[in-house]
Design a protein around this ligand. Structure first.
Ligand SMILES: [Fe+2]
Ligand SMILES: [Fe+2]
Length: 176
């Protein structure tokens, strides 16, 4: 069966690998500031495009609204928290960028660490609570429908661009 939950799980794994790189980036500050800055800018692009545009978008526009339709109580509960996290992530990414612009790499890394730790917690709540709920709320036909809407979403944003983003991430990982 085509599972939309599996799609999101798999995307979480890719995002977690970017978080691993973000943590390792700290060693570059002492080595070479320019390489550090370039690496973090690449990570920012990845988080903005892959994590936010491809991944959070599917949750916000498709999965969470469908879950709320099934159970209204979810809207003010865990799903509201997930929406708020997504919005906080956007602000956090902006603040990392501001510190990079002012070449304050130490503070940029501190903000990046806060971002990645919060994102890891967010992923854990989704993996362990939200996605389990989704699987319990929907029957197979409904899950398949959501899966195809996810596919449409990726197609609109560009499937080859999605693959490129993952390849770029691997290159970033291998560059230090
Ligand atoms: Fe999320
Ligand atoms: Fe997620």
């Amino acid at each position: 069966m085509k599972s939309p939950v599996k799609v999101l799980f798999d995307e979480h794994e890719i995002i977690q690998s970017a978080i691993g790189i973000a943590k390792e980036a700290e060693i570059l500050i002492a080595k070479d500031g320019i390489i550090y800055e370039n690496t973090v800018r690449k990570l920012i692009s990845f988080f903005r495009e892959y994590a936010d545009q491809y991944h959070h978008f599917k949750e916000e526009q498709i999965l969470f609204p469908e879950m709320s339709k099934k159970n209204e109580l979810l809207e003010d509960g865990v799903l509201k928290e997930m929406f708020e996290n997504h919005s906080d992530f956007r602000s956090m990414i902006k603040s990392i960028e501001i510190f990079l612009d002012s070449k304050d790499y130490k503070e940029a890394q501190q903000q990046l660490n806060t971002y990645t730790e919060t994102l890891l917690d967010h992923i854990a709540v989704e993996n362990e609570e939200v996605f389990q709920m989704a699987e319990a709320l929907f029957d197979d036909a409904e899950l398949e429908k959501i899966y195809f809407r996810f596919e449409d979403c990726d197609r609109e944003l560009g499937e080859s661009n999605k693959v490129n983003l993952v390849n770029q991430l691997k290159k970033t990982q291998n560059s230090f």
